[in-house]
Design a protein around this ligand. Structure first.
Ligand code: HEC
Ligand code: HEC
Ligand code: HEC
Ligand code: HEC
Length: 340
């Protein structure tokens, strides 16, 4: 393992244990919440100076498009009327997952776009200036010291960035929306129960892909096979974590509760299948946590504790395991013809 990567591991674990031990912030109100804090949202235009190519790709995805189309869809109007929602873009349930909310003054917020850069990478106020600072004039990506890179990545993650250096941080972004963890939205509103066929490799390497930085803007290639393996397993772990979070919100034996529990059981089953090939201690721990809880209604405390514990190990998995250790599951990874 490269020295830099070891450093990043230490950093991420430090960050996690630090945040938990200090008890400053409940992780559920911070890294794990679906909401971005509107006060910290800078908007995609603030990325444009350096990431024009990424913005161009994003503008062709439904993440961008939902801003223009959602309120016009009859299906959306039906959901809204069942829930008594007057306006999609102001303080409605829909804002969390279909739009990006920014604070305009201390008393008002505004939906400024669809699902944007910060929806996946974290609200940028505290990391925007930090994440690309190589440490002085004339220093480049190539000449930056390992120590400085460590400090830069640490500062960006501490500032709330879901930095792709740890794929779990990104996986959790996707699943927090794509599992739709709201009972009322599903059972009363009639919203779908989330993207049941969501899988991180297939859903991130197709139309959503914007891997320009790694080639200095020259190409937009899919991730390497080694990284895809990591993403594939990280995605399964995140599916389990967020299905448990959804199940934790279930109070009645209806569509939402039944599907959330089924989804959690399915995610665990897939992980068991992968683990028979991989035999990794960290996955064993995750499966043991899962086996210790029951997928029943009104079991919020126990299920959220399990989800938090799985979350820590998901981050640890992405930080400590290398793609080369995961070759045994290659046959399961969706091939390019299945990428969305
Ligand atoms: C002033 C230029 C600049 C701006 C503005 C900027 N970035 Fe970056 N960004 C960079 C550079 C340079 C890198 C490559 C950093 C590296 O080598 O690790 C980068 C890397 C990234 C990465 C990959 C993480 C990494 O360390 O490689 C993400 C994700 C990212 N930027 C998102 C954003 C988002 C979202 C915004 C707007 C909110 C934004 N950036 C604004 C220059 C910028
Ligand atoms: C927790 C996240 C979340 C919330 C909250 C949410 N949605 Fe969604 N919604 C999604 C996701 C994810 C999809 C995409 C599902 C898929 O296609 O796989 C979606 C899809 C939809 C679709 C189908 C889009 C299409 O192109 O067919 C409609 C309509 C919709 N949502 C309406 C609403 C309305 C109205 C609200 C507010 C009352 C709302 N949603 C709140 C996550 C959410
Ligand atoms: C803030 C919530 C949110 C986040 C975060 C999010 N998505 Fe989505 N995603 C949605 C919604 C909502 C839709 C459907 C939009 C619509 O059709 O109106 C969607 C649609 C998609 C689609 C298009 C699906 C189709 O059937 O064509 C893909 C692919 C996708 N998301 C991948 C991802 C990946 C990969 C991630 C994480 C890296 C992610 N999403 C993170 C909310 C989110
Ligand atoms: C739907 C979630 C999602 C959205 C929206 C999103 N990203 Fe990303 N971003 C990702 C994922 C996932 C990766 C890692 C992909 C991989 O490794 O194959 C990534 C990687 C990156 C990277 C590193 C690429 C590299 O070459 O290593 C940069 C830079 C970046 N994103 C910037 C942006 C900017 C700027 C925007 C807004 C225009 C944006 N992202 C919107 C999910 C998202």
């Amino acid at each position: 393992m490269k020295r830099q990567e070891l450093i990043v591991i230490a950093m991420v674990l430090f960050f996690l244990t630090g945040a938990y031990c200090l008890g400053q912030e409940d992780p559920r109100n911070n890294a794990l919440d679906v909401h971005l804090n509107p006060h910290d949202v800078m908007g995609y235009e603030s990325c444009g100076k350096c990431h024009a190519a990424e913005i161009k790709v994003w503008k062709q995805t439904p993440h961008h498009g939902t801003f223009l189309t959602l309120h016009r869809k009859p299906e959306a109007q039906q959901i809204a009327s069942r829930l008594g929602i007057q306006s999609f873009k102001s303080e409605s349930e829909c804002v969390k997952c279909h739009y990006t909310l920014q604070e305009k003054s201390t008393s008002s917020t505004e939906a400024i776009s669809g699902i944007s850069c910060e929806s996946c990478h974290g609200a940028a106020r505290d990391w925007l200036e930090v994440h690309n600072d190589y440490g002085g004039a004339g220093i480049t990506r190539e000449s930056e010291s390992a120590q400085h890179r460590f400090e830069r990545l640490q500062a960006s993650i501490n500032g709330g960035m879901r930095n792709p250096v740890n794929v779990y941080l990104l996986a959790q972004s996707c699943y927090r929306c794509h599992t739709v963890p709201s009972e009322r939205l599903v059972n009363v509103g009639g919203h779908n129960v989330g993207s049941l066929d969501f899988e991180l490799v297939a859903w991130s390497q197709g139309t959503v892909r914007h891997n320009f930085v790694r080639s200095n803007g020259q190409t937009n290639d899919p991730s390497s096979q080694e990284r895809l393996r990591l993403m594939f397993v990280a995605g399964m772990v995140a599916d389990l974590e967020f299905s448990l979070r959804a199940t934790a919100n279930a109070t009645e034996k209806e569509t939402f509760g039944i599907n959330s529990a089924k989804r959690a059981a399915r995610a665990a089953k897939r992980l068991v299948a992968a683990q028979t090939q991989l035999k990794l201690a960290v996955l064993d721990e995750i499966l043991q946590i899962y086996q210790g809880v029951s997928l029943k209604l009104n079991n919020q405390t126990e299920l959220l504790e399990a989800a938090d514990a799985i979350h820590m190990r998901g981050v640890q998995f992405a930080a400590t395991i290398e793609g080369s250790q995961l070759a045994a599951i290659d046959a399961y990874i969706p091939s390019p013809d299945r990428w969305k």
